[in-house]
Design a protein around this ligand. Structure first.
Ligand code: FAD
Length: 368
């Protein structure tokens, strides 16, 4: 429980609302997790800043929560205050094709708005759940696009100084599923600014699953397509994999891709290749002489099939995609942890590659 004087101070902040009943199961797409020490809904950016400063000054541990789509939270009492970001204003500037969104805007609404306005650049990121403010945190990406491709600036609350300022995206050290905000909690993203493309076409598309669906030939240089066509195609591909949250479909009751694609040295990639012997093994240059392997492919080749361990389990791999661990309705965090460990250990035993979880874990760890 929150200390009553602190609760009173929070209640006095305009745009902040205490929610004493909510559980992390209700705040996350995995629908797992116990009761936070307190929860505060922040309907304005000013309220968000005031609440975070108040809790930080009182040394009360807090977790910023957007859409809860990249969180694995323990059951029971969780000794943390959930600060829920709800300020969601979005503005488009057609003169220079920039878009600014407050952190609590639903990311896919931002993409949809951009596409409706004929602005390109983020259409490949259609259907990713969660909030706009979380997109820089792990540099969200899909189908060859990452938010770092279009992110120009972020408005941050620096939690060590209490200062609010706009900083260049380069200050976040964005790379594959990483920024220096992830796991550090050093700052709160209050708003993001994107530079979009004004000619109604998508960003250049890569040849791959999406490119094939759009009939792009390998010979085509810098292929671009109408933004709406790309968004519709991405949504169709994602739905087939259970990667768009649909409340009636347990396959989407997940944290998305549960493990990041491992980045390994070429000798490790060669050893995996020698073990499996498939000429089509996915391996891609990852810079610094390293290679990126496909976590989903490794999981399957280690013997885990879609739906593992079976339809009567409380948690299982999605029946549409091996990279998503899913709650079949009544799972507890211990069930999820056991499956995550089984998959990680199985892949390690088969290939000597250690998969690393992508979501942020609160109150438990895959090493427990
Ligand atoms: C079905 C499904 C599909 C997915 N597909 C993809 C995909 O294709 N690509 C991809 O990259 N990800 C994907 N994800 C993961 C997830 O959607 C993204 O990471 C998303 O950006 C998380 O946003 P959120 O608001 O839900 O963050 P939350 O889960 O609420 O929070 C995640 C982390 O970010 C921090 N955080 C959130 N908001 C802020 C803020 N304003 N300031 C500072 N820190 C903050 C939290 O404290 C926490 O540490 C998928 C998830 C699901 C469930």
């Amino acid at each position: 429980m929150l200390d009553s004087s602190l609760a009173q101070e929070i209640a006095a902040i305009d745009g902040a609302e205490l929610d004493s009943d909510v559980t992390f199961a209700e705040l996350t797409t995995l629908k797992i997790g116990g009761k936070p020490r307190g929860a505060v809904r922040c309907q304005t950016t000013e309220a968000l800043v005031s609440v975070v400063k108040l809790l930080d000054d009182a040394s009360v541990p807090l977790l910023i929560v957007g859409g809860g789509s990249n969180l694995v939270v323990a059951d029971g009492d969780v000794d943390i205050v959930a600060v829920i970001v709800e300020a969601d204003e979005v503005s488009l500037n057609f003169a220079d094709a920039t878009l600014t969104a407050e952190a609590g805007a639903v990311w896919d609404d931002v993409v949809s708005l951009s596409v409706e306005a004929g602005l390109g650049g983020i259409e490949c990121l259609s259907g990713i759940p969660g909030s706009a403010g979380a997109t820089p945190v792990q540099n969200v990406g899909a189908y060859g696009t990452e938010v770092s491709d279009v992110l120009t600036r972020v408005q941050l609350l620096d939690r060590s100084t209490g200062e609010v300022s706009w900083v260049e995206a380069s200050a976040l050290e964005l790379s594959y599923r990483y920024s220096n905000l992830k796991f550090t909690n050093r700052a709160v993203v209050l708003a993001i600014e994107l530079q979009l493309l004004a000619d109604g076409l998508s960003a250049p598309l890569r040849f791959g699953e999406l490119g094939r669906r759009l009939a792009i030939s390998e010979a085509e240089e810098q292929p671009r397509r109408p933004v709406r066509l790309v968004r519709d195609t991405v949504l169709e591909l994602r739905r087939a994999k259970g990667m768009v949250v649909e409340h009636t479909d347990h396959d989407t009751c997940s944290a998305g891709s549960f493990f990041t694609n491992p980045i390994v040295d070429p000798a490790t990639a060669d050893a995996v290749f020698a073990t499996v012997g498939e000429p089509t093994m996915p391996r891609f240059p990852a810079g610094d002489g390293k290679e990126k392997l496909s976590a989903a492919w490794l999981i399957e080749r280690a013997g885990f099939k879609k739906g593992h361990p079976g339809s009567d389990s409380k948690v299982s791999l999605s029946t549409k995609h091996t990279l998503a661990l899913t709650n079949r309705g009544e799972a507890r965090s211990a069930d999820l942890l056991a499956l995550a460990q089984e998959i990680r250990d199985g892949v390690h035993k088969a290939f000597g590659v250690t998969l690393v979880p992508e979501p942020v874990w609160i109150g438990l760890s895959i090493d427990d």
